[in-house]
Design a protein around this ligand. Sequence first.
Ligand code: DX5
Ligand code: ZN
Length: 211
Amino acid sequence: MVLIAPSILSADFARLKDEVAMLEKAGADMIHLDVMDGHFVPNLTFGAPIVKSLRGYTKLPFDVHLMVSNPMMLIEDFVSAGANIITIHAESVTHLDGALAQIKSFGVKTGVALNPATDEETIKYVLEKIDLVLVMSVNPGFGGQNFISSTLEKIERVKKMIKGRDIILEVDGGINALTAPQCVAAGADVLVAGTAVFKGGDYQKNIEALR
Ligand code: DX5
Ligand code: ZN
């Protein structure tokens, strides 16, 4: 069964601790935390202090998605804040292999995100250092965007590339009841969803609709 990772980007930021507790109760498998710096992406969200504050309100794994220009200077802070998976963008670092080795040295899971226009070949030689591949199905920066359909072919290619390895394939952006089954058919293990989980307020029903 596909795992669902709700993104708190679509949550009520004034009630974040209740929101994460409600997501756990609603059957979420992990909490996806979208960190944006207003530089790598044209939007700002939150940093490690917010993640740390939320850590006590759910037992679910924290899946931290760093959409920032210099991710390596933040890794230690997010590890201390309780991150379980830390995903950096392949486009945001010069030395991807070294960056992944550094994240691994903190004892957390490593993820690599690929923007819609980034070739999956970029991770070909670092697969042994990766626990998760995040295929972006929208251009990062905002929730509520439309799914980019060329992503489906990329999911299939990544699935082939990681075959036989213990690597999670996660898809992020524009996931709804229509695009979710397409991503699963292409090989996705985890779906990130913001808008589709929070709309209308019945998180449990919305999560079930995505499975
Ligand atoms: C986009 C973020 C996504 C986003 C998904 O930059 O990485 O996690 O919140 O939101 P929806 O599900 O609304 O596309
Ligand atoms: Zn994300």
